[in-house]
Ligand binder design. Structure first.
Ligand code: ADQ
Length: 547
């Protein structure tokens, strides 16, 4: 393990606060989305600097607002100035019309505009310039996400000697998808300029390595435990899996507050004795919202006895509304909601309650507490924090989690959740039916297990394990001239267990979450199922590591 001697410099596209200009003046708001939520929660008392875009074109009003926002934090905030054109071609363009759909396995949604690539390189250099002004040799520069894959390369060119890490919050695609990217080699090479490269899940890491092997055959890959070591042209990088978590204690603590309980009771009163199914997402085509609505419609068609007894509350937070794909999605979702409500509504019962706005934390927690079923069915997702937040807020242990096998949270939570393929509407409908009929005892034992996993794999552990993977400066820079790769591998190696994708790996026994997961998969502690045959079979298979 390596001690970070200096500060942590976090670098992400957006700062945790956004400057919004209104007719009445300029205001600060919290950034929404998974990355900001997780990092803000995990980075409470550590000194450092957070570098990112403040959400507005720069003027003299920004700096005082950032200074004010930093007063309540242990780190300072530094903004990167972006022009309107940067935002259009770098953020909306390259990041969200190319990398986002491609990395979520949706290449037909990509718009491979070459101008986007030029701006992407330029904006990555702008971020790197601010980092270069800020970082000292002992600092650790931690770059987040797909917007900033080229920054380490620019920083190295500028002679910055600090250690650098990169964490990808979204999935990494398989070589057949990744190789469609016209700029695949420069991106892979730029990523290898980081000292540590982290992914959400084993599948993402193994896709990355397969891409290296196919597209950069000169790269040397050494399979170590718990991380891999990758070398290119005299540089070495640690490549690891670091599933992100939430601040479990904070969610649990807040969910216990009497005001939240009262608010949850109020929500429940509105749906009477119905089974309350909850979906909470950014309005994004990767989240599988139309597919979820179609599955719910199938449930109502196939099981008429459920009509009048089950209600879906679908909360969506508006997102990336300037991009055409997102505008179409909103229309598609709203049309489906009105079709389902048109087909099934009866006096006193509306099947789908649709909320299109950013909820405050209290309201969100009240919905999590009130729900009987958390329905988290993205078509593809790096992790999905909603699944974990739902479990943390389920202090009464009465909810059931249904989660997509294509979210990072799927493999991690499969011992207690019902795992579904979101494209299989029939399976999702059956899972909803089964969850609605599950015994209280089974719900409790599953939710207890889920809460233990989420509590253990929390955001603090995510940060700790990433920082522990950082090789010491001497090892990275070859200070001693002879640091072998085995020196980078300081883990205590335990007996082999099945990894989340079935292959056998050795695990660090010092990682209690992994041990917990392993014990959860053992037949002794596996809960009994009171479900349909297919779902039962699926759960047994997934518990046996066959997915
Ligand atoms: P996101 O795609 O933003 O994050 P997710 O992990 O689900 O997705 O996080 C969404 C966050 O927004 C959650 O904290 C949730 O509470 C909040 N949220 C969603 N809808 C809301 C609403 N209507 N009102 C208020 N808050 C709402 C990216 C990756 C994910 C990865 C995270 C973190 O796409 O796969 O889990 O980063 O790494």
């Amino acid at each position: 393990m390596n001690e970070i001697k200096g500060r942590v410099i976090n670098v992400s596209n957006r700062l945790p606060v956004l400057i919004r200009r209104h007719a009445s003046g300029t205001r600060l708001e919290r950034s929404s989305g998974g990355l900001a939520t997780a990092l803000e929660a995990g980075w409470r008392d550590q000194p450092g600097v957070w570098i990112g875009w403040a959400g507005a074109t720069p003027d003299e009003s920004i700096e005082p607002l950032l200074v004010r926002a930093a007063r309540r934090r242990s780190y300072t905030l530094r903004s990167v100035a972006l022009t309107e054109e940067d935002i259009a071609k770098f953020y909306s363009g390259f990041a969200n019309e190319i990398i986002w759909p491609l990395f979520h396995d949706m290449p037909s949604r990509c718009n491979f505009d070459p101008e986007y690539w030029a701006t992407y390189q330029n904006v990555n250099r702008k971020f790197a310039a601010v980092v270069a002004e800020t970082a000292q040799e002992d600092d650790f520069v931690w770059v987040h996400d797909y917007h900033l894959m080229l920054t380490a390369a620019s920083l190295r060119q500028a002679g910055v000697r600090a250690n650098m890490g990169f964490f990808l919050h979204i999935p990494f695609p398989s070589p057949d998808i990744f190789e469609k990217l016209p700029w695949k080699q420069p991106i892979l090479k730029a990523l290898l300029e980081f000292d540590v490269i982290g992914f959400q899940g084993d599948r993402d890491r193994s896709n990355f390595v397969s891409c290296l092997e196919r597209l950069l055959p000169e790269v040397a890959v050494e399979y170590r435990t718990p991380h891999l070591l990758v070398g290119l042209a005299g540089r070495r990088s640690v490549v690891g899996t670091f599933p992100i978590g939430i601040d479990f204690e904070a969610f649990e603590h807040d969910a216990e507050r009497p005001e939240i309980a009262a608010h949850a009771a109020e929500i429940r009163k509105r749906v009477a004795d119905d089974v309350l199914v909850l979906g909470v997402d950014r309005l994004d085509y990767t989240k599988g919202i139309p597919e979820r609505l179609k599955s719910f419609r199938l449930l109502l068609r196939r099981f008429p006895e459920m009509r009048g007894h089950i209600t879906l509350v679908q909360v969506v937070v508006p997102s990336r509304e300037e991009i055409p794909n997102y505008k179409h999605l909103r229309r598609e979702v709203e049309l489906l909601v009105s079709q389902i409500n048109g087909e099934f509504t009866e006096p006193g019962w509306v099947p789908v309650h649709y909320i299109h706005r950013n909820l405050g934390r209290e309201e969100l927690l009240a919905y999590y507490r009130a729900a009987d079923i958390g329905l988290v069915t993205p078509l593809k997702d790096g992790m999905n924090l909603v699944a974990k937040e739902f479990c943390a807020a389920q202090i009464d242990e009465r909810g059931v989690l249904i989660v997509s096998e294509f979210a990072g949270a799927g493999p991690e939570l499969r011992s207690g959740a019902i795992i579904v393929n979101p494209n299989d509407f029939s399976q999702v409908a059956q899972a909803l039916y089964d969850a609605a009929h599950m015994t209280a005892e089974e719900k409790r034992s599953r939710m207890r297990l889920l809460r233990q996993i989420v509590k253990d794999h929390n955001v603090h552990r995510w940060i700790r394990s990433f920082l522990q993977a950082v090789p010491s400066s001497d090892q990275v820079k070859g200070g001693s001239g002879s640091a072998s790769w085995s020196e980078l591998d300081g883990a205590t190696v335990g007996p082999p267990i099945a990894s989340s994708f079935g292959s056998v790996v050795r695990v660090d026994q010092k990682m209690p979450g992994v041990a917990l997961l392993a014990s959860a998969l053992s037949p002794r502690t596996r809960p009994r199922y009171a479900m349909g045959k297919d779902a039962k079979l699926h759960l047994l298979r997934s518990a046996a590591g066959e997915d």
